[in-house]
Ligand binder design. Structure first.
Ligand code: GLU
Length: 442
């Protein structure tokens, strides 16, 4: 019987030199899934030792976006820049052992500490990429401490991973070239290396590496475009990993249960924005109106909806929610639910207000709505069906012109629900305006 492995300790280690993008978020997610499915520990480490390029506001943004995504960490955030005292002793130990040397002093008399690398072949066993061999001739000496006193990237990374007891390093494959260097550092320091697993590159639809040219790729942009975090998690999980079969919509719990490094694909993954939007629509349909209203609220700042009451927002969402693909569709689709004048879509007018008897039908509808009791979905349906029967017309001959009068659109949610939501006064106002419009145009 195999000895059970101890629970893993993994980390996500972003550098705060840019916003958090799809690739970083996917790395964070795979680490989180790996830890959560194995009773492990997931640590957030901010790699901000590059003093020139690191920005505090970006650290804050990355931390906030990870929180929004729902990937909670067990330890951290740990800031590398605040661990300065940790890196010098191991570098000095290598100096004393004669494995490292000091560089020539710079103009200010400062020296760097550098590991001497003998030209020998290094083999990496990567959990995703398999065995990778690097010729000794490709390796150069490795800077440990820069002349400004800060640790160099590979050294800080190896020291931190060791100090934090990291068992598995799961990161983007842009770090594959760093791995032999880090293995040499572990070896020089007499430490056992962690398991390495590199995740495949993410490409845009045109099969070139995903970048700004492909449109929104930062988490901030997705959040502002009305993508739900759960939908994004589901979508990102499938970028380079698959549970097998053609399953796509999966809950967080299912992802945690099924995720394994074995099923991470070596082939580059293609980011498909349309598919994300489709998936998001599915999540919106399944979400509770209260949750959607809460997620929507920050997106409505500065719009006419800013001051809408929570009740109003929730009732409009209940009415329209299933038609939204992203929360950003809301203001466009829901415009007619605000009080005030609506515009008429010319196509809707041409299609549904062309009949000779449209004015008469709408006038009769107005009377029925004026008198309808109770003023509920059911009461309204009964009142309007009575008009249809009395006139001997098809239901659509009343509902469609009424829809245009109340929403200005060709399509909308159920008309009775709309009348109930708008209330008697707004409905009658809009019918009056439609009758004036029809009178002028007939
Ligand atoms: N800080 C590195 C980056 O943002 C990640 C290093 C690592 O995961 O080992 O690309």
């Amino acid at each position: 019987m195999n000895k059970p492995e101890p629970p893993p300790r993994v980390r996500f280690a972003p550098s705060p030199t840019g916003s958090l993008h799809v690739g970083g978020a996917r790395t964070a997610l795979f680490n989180w899934l790996f830890a959560r499915g194995r009773g492990g520990t997931y640590i957030l480490r901010i790699e901000d030792t590059d003093r020139l390029r690191s920005r505090e506001d970006l650290s804050r943004e990355i931390i906030a976006e990870l929180g929004w995504l729902g990937l909670d960490w067990d330890e951290g955030p740990v800031f590398q820049s605040r661990r300065g005292e940790l890196y010098l002793p191991p570098a000095e130990r290598l100096l004393e052992a004669g494995l490292a040397y000091r560089s020539e002093p710079d103009p200010e008399g400062r020296t760097a500490i550098i590991l001497r690398v003998e030209p020998e072949e290094i083999t990496v066993f990567d959990r995703v990429y398999g065995k990778i061999t690097v010729a000794g001739s490709e390796l150069k000496d490795i800077v440990l401490i820069k002349s400004d006193g800060s640790p160099a990237y590979n050294f800080a990374c190896a020291v931190d991973d060791h100090e934090m007891g990291i068992t598995h390093v799961i990161r983007g494959d842009d770090h594959l070239p760093n791995t032999p260097k880090q293995i040499l550092l572990y070896r020089a320091l007499g430490w056992g290396p962690p398991v390495f697993a590199h995740l495949p590159l993410i490409l845009g639809a045109d099969k070139t590496p995903l970048s700004k040219r492909h449109g929104a790729t930062s988490l901030k942009a997705f959040r502002e475009a009305g993508i739900l975090p759960d939908a994004l998690v589901n979508y990102l999980a499938l970028l380079g990993w698959s549970p097998g079969g053609d399953r796509e919509i999966m809950t967080g719990e299912e992802l945690v249960r099924e995720f394994s490094l074995k099923k991470v694909n070596r082939k580059a993954a293609v980011f498909d924005h349309q598919k994300l939007v489709w998936m998001n629509g599915r999540y919106i349909q399944a979400a509770a109106p209260e949750e959607l209203a809460e997620r929507l609220r920050p997106l409505l700042a500065g719009t006419e909806w800013e001051s809408a009451s929570p009740e109003k927002l929730q009732s409009v969402i209940s009415l329209l929610g299933h038609r939204l693909k992203t929360l950003a569709d809301f203001t466009d689709l829901a415009g007619f639910c605000l009080e005030g004048e609506i515009g008429y879509d010319p196509e809707a007018v041409a299609k549904h207000w062309a009949g000779e008897d449209t004015g008469e039908i709408l006038a009769e509808t107005r009377e029925a709505i004026e008198r309808a009791e109770p003023f509920t979905r059911e009461g309204l349906e009964e009142a309007l069906r009575a008009v249809v029967e009395r006139r001997g017309i098809k239901a659509g001959a009343l509902m469609q012109p009424l829809r245009v009068a109340l929403t200005g659109r060709k399509d909308s949610p159920g008309i009775f629900e709309i009348v109930a939501l708008l209330g008697r006064e707004v409905t009658l106002d809009r019918l009056n305006r439609a009758l004036v419009f029809l009178g002028k145009n007939s």
